[in-house]
Design a protein around this ligand. Structure first.
Ligand SMILES: [Zn+2]
Length: 424
């Protein structure tokens, strides 16, 4: 493909609490997804709305098809995507440990070092790079290029964009990592061709990004679009944000794991109570007695117990602390009624949160990323059924399909690389 722009490459960095990942994108001739020239702005704290770039919306929403021609390449994420129609391609990626306990300048220096290393590996001159985009966890002031607060990095008011701009002599854009993932998926992933996309990343928490009219929404001031911290249950479970009852507290991967562990513990109660009958109530059980859950050998019932051992417990080797987000789906697929109930309840929580999003934004697609989304149709089919039936005017209106994101762990750095430049 001939270079139609003087700077055909973009660089993206996904800054995480554990790893820093950087990639170089070939984006020659690329002008954004769907809306034509000038598309792809940001609105909100970094708002620099481009003139005359409002995209067509509405028509053809139901005809967007699978939405992605991008094919995920190697598991390492290095050979991303053929580009049958000039889509940006990820040429190479490198990563290193964040070691977040260090002073932020050391972390930033490693970020810059990754960029240098990648460009050397690819024999690409910095002069051929249009920009660097960075996705960071936490509360981000995109306009100022500042990480206002990032708990898992221990950062507060870090002027990351300015530091990297000076160090690398490249234009630098900064946004929240979930925003970047949503942007990447909309530009070249599962939301490609759509102008209105919501992405939820179901992990330790719930990250979220919203694209409306082909533009990444970042709120009026930093801290917007945190859909994981919208209320689901009044006075519900405590959330990491200090509030109670947030969607994150019920529909993150952590919440699913907590719900599954509670179900396993409750399932084990009859066996333990039988074992202890005539001695102690469960609540008064001395500490030297067998625990209610966790001491049952994998695949076997406790001696004298009328209840079978939990399949979920067996699948995690009898160690509840090893129960992860995959276990309930594995057990449910094997017909385990307890796991099926756990998943049905989880789908209600997540489904209600998604319905809120649909009723507010009426997007073309809802995309799910993160570990739980890897469950595929076991999650997506019942979730779509649940949401379709309950959205406002659901029977009369188009209801956004809920689909798995396509770019995997590369979404953040690809989206970061494709962020509109700060002077857009
Ligand atoms: Zn919260």
């Amino acid at each position: 493909m001939p270079n139609t722009t003087p700077k055909p490459y973009r660089v993206g960095i996904d800054l995480g609490g554990t790893n820093i990942k950087a990639g170089v994108i070939a984006a020659a001739g690329w002008a954004g997804s769907g809306a034509g020239p000038g598309s792809g702005g940001r609105t909100g704290s970094g708002a620099r709305a481009e003139s005359g770039a409002r995209a067509e919306s509405g028509a053809g929403w139901a005809d967007t098809g699978p939405g992605s021609d991008a094919k995920l390449g190697s598991a390492a994420g290095v050979a991303w995507a053929s580009s049958p129609d000039g889509l940006p391609r990820l040429l190479a990626a490198q990563s290193c440990p964040t070691k977040a306990e260090r002073p932020w300048r050391e972390v930033a220096a490693d970020m810059a070092g990754l960029v240098d290393s990648l460009l050397t590996e690819l024999r690409i001159s910095k002069n051929d790079c249009a920009a660097l985009g960075v996705g960071s966890p936490g509360l981000i002031d995109s306009a100022a290029g500042v990480v206002v607060f990032a708990g898992n990095l221990g950062w507060r008011d870090v002027p990351l964009a300015a530091w990297l701009r000076q160090r690398l002599d490249l234009p630098v854009s900064l946004s929240n990592d979930a925003n970047c993932a949503a942007w990447g998926e909309t530009q070249v992933g599962a939301g490609r061709g759509c102008q209105h996309v919501i992405l939820l990343t179901l992990g330790t928490g719930i990250g979220s990004g919203v694209v409306v009219d082909g533009r990444l929404q970042e709120g009026g001031v930093p801290g917007g679009m945190e859909l994981g911290h919208s209320l689901l249950i009044l006075d519900g479970e405590p959330c990491t944000c200090g509030r109670r009852g947030c969607l994150e507290a019920y529909a993150s991967a952590s919440a699913l794991i907590r719900q599954a562990r509670a179900a396993v513990s409750a399932e084990a109660l009859p066996a333990a109570e039988h074992l202890l009958s005539g001695q102690h109530s469960l609540a008064g059980r001395p500490s030297d007695q067998p625990a209610a859950a966790g001491s049952v050998a994998p695949g076997s019932a406790a001696p004298g117990s009328p209840a079978p051992a939990s399949l979920m417990l067996s699948l995690c080797g009898g160690d509840l602390t090893r129960l992860d987000g995959r276990v309930p789906f594995l057990a449910a697929a094997q017909g385990d009624a307890v796991a099926q109930r756990v998943i049905a309840t989880y789908i209600k929580y997540l489904g209600e949160g998604i319905i809120n999003c649909v009723n507010i934004w009426r997007p073309e697609k809802i995309l799910l990323a993160g570990g739980v989304a890897a469950a595929g149709q076991a999650l997506l089919a019942p979730l779509n059924d649940y949401a379709r039936l309950r959205c406002f005017a659901g029977a009369k209106c188009f209801v956004a399909p809920i689909e798995a994101a396509a770019l995997g762990n590369d979404a953040g750095l690809i989206g970061a690389a494709l962020l509109p430049p700060d002077d857009a």
